[in-house]
Design a binder for this molecule. Structure first.
Ligand SMILES: *[C@@H]1O[C@H](CO)[C@@H](O)[C@H](O)[C@H]1NC(C)=O
Ligand SMILES: *[C@@H]1O[C@H](CO)[C@@H](O)[C@H](O)[C@H]1NC(C)=O
Ligand SMILES: *[C@@H]1O[C@H](CO)[C@@H](O)[C@H](O)[C@H]1NC(C)=O
Ligand SMILES: *[C@@H]1O[C@H](CO)[C@@H](O)[C@H](O)[C@H]1NC(C)=O
Ligand SMILES: *[C@@H]1O[C@H](CO)[C@@H](O)[C@H](O)[C@H]1NC(C)=O
Ligand SMILES: *[C@@H]1O[C@H](CO)[C@@H](O)[C@H](O)[C@H]1NC(C)=O
Length: 604
């Protein structure tokens, strides 16, 4: 045994305390009185179950570091202790879920730890309960040894902690910490509301809910949590009129008489036999205050469903911020409300009933055509605070875009916050887009962001694009527009003044070496440029010389340059060039993978 493997006295003591802590309560008063340096060492080394027991046993103000943080100024030791508990839970979380742990920064790591642990248990149990042979109670399903070991129930401990062997125990002990959970169909049976009776759920994601039994179990759970629930999401479900009605009826809270849901999403779901929109859903949507975001995406919704949803929201003057109806098939949805047959006098922006708070409207992939675009212009009048409009992947064609142009002009004149327009894959041509861009370039309030990617525009659009770049636009996506080398050459000529551009996507444009020359000029003119996607442009490797010297000269803020999908035969001289531009570590460069017969030596 080498010296470093000899356990110190402290670690031997900690081992002993760990076991004793789970065995009984005798040690607790002694631990509470430990000097703070020893106490801290102990707290930072305990496994989850032991830490939980110690923390639960602490005098009240030691446990709760939030409410009491501002008080007891004289008691530095105690405040330090609460802080250390949170730190200990954070360490435990990050070692068990390193990737997730690096993405989040919750105020209370203990709560997040047990919530995530409970989710792991539920996922494990769902797998067993999904087997056709399963026929029993969810709560009785055994939790695997590997999960138990992770919370510190292993070896000798296993007998001491046998009260944790089943799902039931985990719900009983840790259900209190669960705020956000993901449940799949098999978990939504009659038992679930009993298992989660200690939880005050705020957010629920439900998957594959298809049968009446699932709905019944779910509705009981929803009702039990109606006071705390603010976010509800259905994915890959099958919902009948009756199910939707039951769900909506389980949500009203006693105190409000209406529901408290802020985010409601039904995604990739089949509405079976719902020709008309259930009345309860209409009433759910009419609740004026609470809804913040409504997403009904990819549900095969037809025009009638979308029409009722929209007119209900408008009629109720809903305070919705985000409306997402993407990936449905709703062409014609506004024709009864705004179509030509209605001889609708065009109302000025913001007059009459309106969706005052609507900021984001997503209509991507809805099979909308030029008439829909025309109707939409009338509907946009009721959205005076719209910031983002996504019309991508709809065949609206040039006529559709011409219908919308008067809205952009009016929005700018009225100083609305409209800033972000997406028109990817809309079957637009150079004519329509040139007209659009010329208009946008002349506005007193220019857009922040525009995407016209994946339309067949060709190189002729370059002159107009140059004008647009010279406004204060920050984000431009012209990927896959058939720009070609002549387009890049022409656009380069147009860059005459300093630009505000932050992000540009020019991928898939067959620009060849001209792509690099354009980027070189762009970098010299756009000091705030951060992200560039120049992938799939048939750029020869000589481009690298041009780009490297441009990057060095710009000394700018460039953070991401995607050059993938170009076919490069690396030579050693490029290695040092690349090392040179990446030396400050700020630039993330995505390079083409080397061709197999010319291996590229990454080490300079
Ligand atoms: C609702 O959604 C918004 C944006 O999608 C998000 O910022 C917010 O945290 C969500 N609220 C809840 C309660 O989940
Ligand atoms: C719908 O769910 C898919 C994953 O299943 C996700 O990628 C997509 O962003 C979701 N859409 C909405 C509008 O939430
Ligand atoms: C609009 O709301 C009013 C009550 O505020 C209701 O009487 C009317 O039927 C609603 N109209 C539509 C089309 O939903
Ligand atoms: C879209 O809806 C129209 C009717 O509005 C229908 O004729 C068409 O078949 C639908 N397309 C798809 C792919 O469901
Ligand atoms: C750039 O545009 C291409 C082509 O439209 C698209 O596939 C890609 O997702 C875009 N990348 C970014 C970062 O926007
Ligand atoms: C750049 O665009 C390509 C498609 O042309 C896409 O596959 C890639 O993910 C994009 N790069 C980044 C960093 O988003």
């Amino acid at each position: 045994m080498s010296e470093s493997e000899i356990p110190s006295l402290i670690s031997l003591c900690i081992e002993a305390i760990k076991n004793e802590l789970l065995r009984g309560d005798d040690l607790l008063p002694i631990i509470h009185e430990l000097p703070s340096d020893l106490f801290d060492i102990l707290v930072l080394r305990l496994p989850p179950l032991a830490l939980q027991k110690l923390q639960t046993s602490m005098p009240f103000d030691d446990r709760d570091d939030h409410e009491f943080a501002g008080e007891c100024l004289g008691n530095g030791r105690k405040r330090g202790r609460s802080w250390n508990f949170n730190k200990a839970w954070r360490n435990l979380f990050k070692s068990r879920w390193p990737e997730l742990g690096n993405r989040i920064e919750p105020p209370d790591w203990q709560q997040t730890y047990w919530e995530t642990h409970l989710q792991n248990c539920l996922d494990e149990v769902a797998e067993i309960a999904s087997l056709p042979s399963f026929n029993g109670c969810l709560g009785e399903i055994k939790i695997s040894d590997s999960l138990l070991e992770l919370i510190g129930s292993e070896g000798d401990m296993a007998t001491l902690t046998c009260g944790y062997s089943k799902l039931y125990h985990h719900c009983q002990h840790f259900g209190y910490f669960a705020r956000c959970l993901r449940l799949q169909n098999v978990l939504c049976d009659a038992e679930i509301s009993h298992l989660l009776r200690n939880s005050k759920l705020q957010s629920l994601e439900l998957r594959w809910i298809r049968s009446k039994e699932h709905i019944a179990g779910l509705c009981k759970l929803l009702n039990q949590n109606s006071e705390s629930l603010t976010s509800l999401e259905f994915i890959h479900c099958m919902l009948s009129s009756a199910s939707i009605t039951a769900i909506c009826c389980s949500l009203p809270t006693e105190s409000l008489q209406t529901h408290g849901i802020k985010n409601f999403s039904i995604n990739t779901t089949n509405f079976v036999a719902t020709n008309s929109v259930p009345l309860e859903l209409v009433s759910f949507l009419s609740s004026r205050r609470s809804l913040y975001s409504l997403k009904l995406s990819d549900n095969h919704l037809g025009q009638n469903f979308a029409k009722v949803v929209f007119s209900t929201l408008l009629n109720a003057s809903s305070s919705l911020s985000i409306l997402d109806l993407s990936e449905n098939n709703i062409s014609g949805w506004l024709s009864q409300l705004y179509g030509r047959s209605q001889s609708n006098p065009s109302t000025p922006l913001g007059v009459g009933k309106s969706l005052q708070s609507l900021r984001v409207l997503n209509l991507r992939g809805n099979n909308l055509n030029k008439d829909d675009a025309d109707d939409l212009r009338c509907a946009l009048v009721h959205m005076p605070n719209l910031e983002v409009l996504d019309m991508s992947d709809n065949p609206i064609e040039d006529d559709g875009i011409r219908s919308l142009i008067p809205y952009f002009v009016e929005a700018s004149e009225k100083c609305t916050p409209f800033a972000d327009l997406m028109l990817e894959k809309c079957e637009l041509s150079c004519h329509g887009v040139t007209q659009l861009i010329k208009t946008l370039s002349s506005l007193s309030r220019p857009l922040k962001s525009l995407s016209v990617a994946d339309n067949n525009l060709g190189s002729q659009v370059a002159a107009a694009l140059g004008e647009l770049l010279c406004t204060s636009i920050q984000v431009l996506n012209i990927g896959g527009v058939g720009f070609g080398s002549s387009g890049f050459r022409a656009l380069q000529e147009e860059l005459t003044k300093e630009l505000k551009l932050v992000e540009i996507n020019i991928s898939e444009n067959r620009g060849g070496i001209e792509t690099a020359k354009f980027l070189s000029k762009l970098m010299s003119k756009a000091p705030e440029l951060v992200t560039v996607n120049a992938s799939y442009n048939l750029m020869p490797i000589e481009s690298l010389t041009i780009l490297c010297s441009a990057i060095k000269a710009a000394k700018g803020t460039l953070g991401l340059l995607d050059l993938s999908g170009n076919i490069w035969d690396y030579k050693p001289i490029y290695a040092s060039m690349l090392a040179d531009i990446q030396c400050n570590g700020r630039l993330h460069l995505i390079l083409p993978s080397p061709t197999p017969d010319a291996p590229y030596d990454a080490d300079p």
